[in-house]
Design a protein. Structure first.
Length: 251
């Protein structure tokens, strides 16, 4: 018996059905891939947290140094200090980090890692921020012990932005939360956190490593938030001294 061929109308109907299915499935597949990369990034930070906890035992609870604190040479990152403290190799890069400097052969311009240390967990340096009411430097939270119970709610490391306000690739292995003054996209230069962190990289969220060694996926606004009128800082999980009194940051 001779088989009946598809008519043109039937073929068009099949094509329309396939197109409709693809329109439904492709966004889901794309979202699934992005979720997978976010999960891998979060796993990277969890491994760093495990290494950080092991490091505390041998360093009197001191945090590892970043490039900002004289921790190493160009091309070096704070993660190099933690590498010996874990059985699984630390992954320095987020799967979604597309910075052009990740593979730069020159260590002076190389982006060593996607993950940067919060500057507030650096060592105390006299003379920094001399305009503070009592001349107390905002840094100095260099040990987990000094943070106490706050260590579970203070961000130690996060995903640093790929480019700064001028469009230049970001190379350092730390970020300056001390300079933030606005919500993301509402300021200019260093005062706007959007030029410090990749806060919307993973389905409008980002991944954070806390000072006690645990890692979470969070919306940035749950870690840092300025009031709508721009006059009041309501949430700050980066500065262990928050909220500050009127007479001094650490009173």
């Amino acid at each position: 018996m001779r088989r009946r061929a598809f008519t043109l109308i039937e073929l068009l109907v099949v094509i329309a059905i396939i197109s409709a299915l693809l329109a439904v499935l492709l966004p889901s597949l794309s979202s699934a891939r992005r979720s997978g990369r976010s999960a891998k990034c979060l796993a990277n930070l969890k491994n760093m947290g495990t290494a950080l906890q092991a490091y505390f035992y041998t360093s009197d609870d001191m945090f590892p140094l970043s490039q900002a604190h004289g921790g190493g040479q160009p091309g070096w990152a704070w993660l190099d200090t933690l590498e010996p403290y874990t059985e699984s190799k630390l992954q320095y890069q987020c799967p979604d980090d597309e910075s052009p400097r990740l593979a730069a052969p020159d260590p002076n311009v190389r982006r060593a890692t996607s993950y940067g240390i919060n500057i507030y967990t650096g060592p105390l340096q006299n003379g920094w921020f001399a305009g503070n009411p009592l001349g107390i430097a905002p840094f100095g939270y260099r040990s987990q012990t000094r943070l106490g119970a706050k260590s579970a709610s203070i961000v130690f490391a996060a995903e640093i932005a790929e480019r700064d306000a001028a469009g230049n690739p970001i190379i350092p292995d730390h970020f300056h939360a001390d300079e933030w003054r606005t919500n993301p996209g509402q300021g200019s230069g260093a005062e706007d956190p959007i030029f410090s962190l990749e806060m919307y990289r993973h389905l409008r969220k980002s991944n954070y490593l806390y000072a006690d060694g645990h890692a979470e996926s969070q919306r940035f606004q749950r870690t840092f938030l300025v009031s709508e009128d721009g006059q009041r800082l309501e949430i700050n999980q980066y500065d262990p001294g928050f909220p500050h009194s009127d007479v001094g940051w650490y009173q």
